[in-house]
Design a protein around this ligand. Structure first.
Ligand code: ADP
Ligand code: ASP
Ligand code: MG
Length: 477
């Protein structure tokens, strides 16, 4: 049972932020399932709902924006029809007549907005990052509008809320970060009065706005992050993330179908897993709730009776060794040698400054001091920007051969073993190496943090599935 909310002033009932992902709101049937889940819990707790766009809608919006900026009109006109059809179909099936009369014009207005934006991009043959954010997060505005109306049609009190009225972010369009003080004030002002009247706010995931009110997004998969940002702002009792799997699993079920549910994982383990590719959580989801120790649950909207995974500061079920395996598929390894001309500290400082300028995180770093070699892995998507920065920064040295040419190894995967209790358990690396060796998989590079929370192995992308399976099996997960 959920303990009562610590938040003063509001009601004394627990407050749960519930986020529903794209597959959980992907059709009329799934949206009705959401309404059923909320009806079941409405008696015990106050709720704030966060919704993603209907499954596939964000991909379609981004594709349409790119086609428009290429000057093509026909493809996005097709997407407009599809967008209108999918949402209208749900409205036809689930909304009462009076709800339809207010919601259908609103949905038509949003489709018109899509059309106006795409027309603009087509005329200009250009799309700006802020234009992309406004367009790509329209799916959330549509799904929140629909979901709130479905809840009202099911007898609950609900109101759609645009997160641009709550979440204040910096202006890093496409991957914005929240400004927590401003977000706290705006969220209380917008959602507080609704909660006081026992109205469920249905908030758009994924999007926020700058202080000036320009729409931003929190990065792909960002609705998880929206939920914990709001959970933290409201001092929620818990955050529940409803998705299409039973919880955090010992591996990606698409790679290892026999992966098992983990009943509890720590915040640090969840951060590590999501950073290294476990798509079930946006990489920054845990950050807003960690300090306040607000528990986060991962639950399956297709199987609501399964308890799911609880993410907390200190799990009770800690056992030695590896807890889960995760992997990043599209990585590249970059190697740079300072030869004898540049000291290693200088080489590292200048390389990391390039990464800093592009705001790119490394997935893995290794060094060999004897011949001044620095090797690091990044996401393939960041390669062009980083390579351009490095070439600029070391232009003179490369010209004079003072720095070894920048070597890029493409099609690399990083396989990562994660577990708080790997710390002090000897032999884990050896066992993983052994399991990979028996499958004939070559390890290109290896890295382990001093926290011993994770150990990373760089391998060829084509070996990834087999590698994850082999390591999963080795540790009897
Ligand atoms: P949503 O649309 O609900 O946000 P996502 O597709 O973003 O859902 O995330 C859920 C998916 O994450 C699962 O369907 C699963 O394929 C994938 N996944 C990858 N690694 C893991 C893991 N370790 N545990 C659970 N799911 C994982
Ligand atoms: N709809 C957004 C995406 O597909 C955000 C999310 O689903 O979390 O990236
Ligand atoms: Mg997701």
């Amino acid at each position: 049972m959920v303990k009562e909310s610590q938040s003063s002033g509001r009601s004394r009932r627990p407050l749960i932020v519930m986020k529903f992902g794209g597959t959980s709101v992907g059709s009329a049937e799934r949206m009705q399932g959401v309404a059923d889940i909320l009806k079941e819990h409405a008696g015990h707790a106050d709720m704030v709902v966060v919704v993603s766009a209907m499954g596939g809608a964000t991909d379609m919006l981004i594709r349409a924006a790119n086609q428009a900026s290429d000057g093509q009109e026909e493809p996005w006109k097709g997407s407009r029809q599809e967008l209108a059809r999918r949402h209208r179909e749900v409205a036809d099936q689930l909304l009462s007549a009076s709800e339809q009369s207010s919601v259908l014009p609103r949905l038509a207005e949003l489709v018109k907005h899509f059309e106006n934006l795409c027309s603009g991009f087509t005329l200009l043959h250009e799309i700006t990052p802020r234009g992309m954010d406004t367009l790509s997060s329209l799916g959330e505005v549509m799904s929140a509008t629909l979901m709130a109306a479905i809840l009202r049609s099911s007898g609950l009190k609900a109101e759609a809320v645009d997160a641009t009225e709550c979440i204040v972010t910096d202006d890093n369009f496409g991957n914005a970060s929240p400004l927590f003080d401003e977000t706290g004030a705006k969220t209380h002002a917008r959602l507080g009065p609704l909660l006081k009247r026992s109205v469920i706010p249905v908030v758009t995931g994924f999007r926020g706005a700058t202080k000036e009110g320009v729409c931003t997004t929190l990065g792909r998969g960002g609705s998880d992050y929206s939920a914990t940002i709001l959970g933290s702002a409201l001092d929620a009792t818990e955050v529940w993330i409803w998705t299409d799997v039973d919880g955090v699993l010992t591996a990606d079920p698409r790679l290892v179908p026999e992966a098992r549910i983990l009943p509890e994982v720590s915040y640090r383990e969840a951060i590590e897993l999501s950073f290294f590719g476990a798509k079930v959580l946006h990489p920054r989801t845990i950050q807003p709730v960690m300090q306040k120790e607000i528990p986060v649950w991962i639950k399956n909207s297709f199987n609501p009776s399964c308890p799911g995974t609880k993410i907390v500061a200190a799990p009770r079920n800690g056992h030695g060794g590896v807890k889960a395996i995760t992997s990043v598929k599209d990585a590249v390894l970059i190697t740079l040698s300072g030869r004898n001309s540049i000291s290693f500290p200088q080489l590292a400082a200048r390389v990391f400054n390039c990464l800093y300028l592009e705001n790119v995180s490394t997935l893995m770093v290794t060094q060999s001091s004897a011949d001044n070699v620095l090797c690091f892995a990044i996401h393939q998507a960041d390669l062009l920007r980083v390579k351009t920065q490095l070439e600029k920064a070391f232009e003179l040295e490369m010209l004079h051969d003072y720095v070894g040419m920048l070597e890029v190894m493409p099609r690399v995967a990083i396989v990562v073993t994660v577990g708080e209790n790997m710390k002090g358990t000897p032999g884990i690396t050896g066992r993983a190496f052994g399991a990979l060796g028996r499958k004939g998989i070559n390890v290109i590079a290896i890295a382990q943090g001093s926290s011993e929370l994770s150990i990373s192995f760089a391998i060829k992308s084509s070996d990834m599935k087999e590698a994850v399976k082999a390591v999963h099996e080795e540790f009897n997960l």
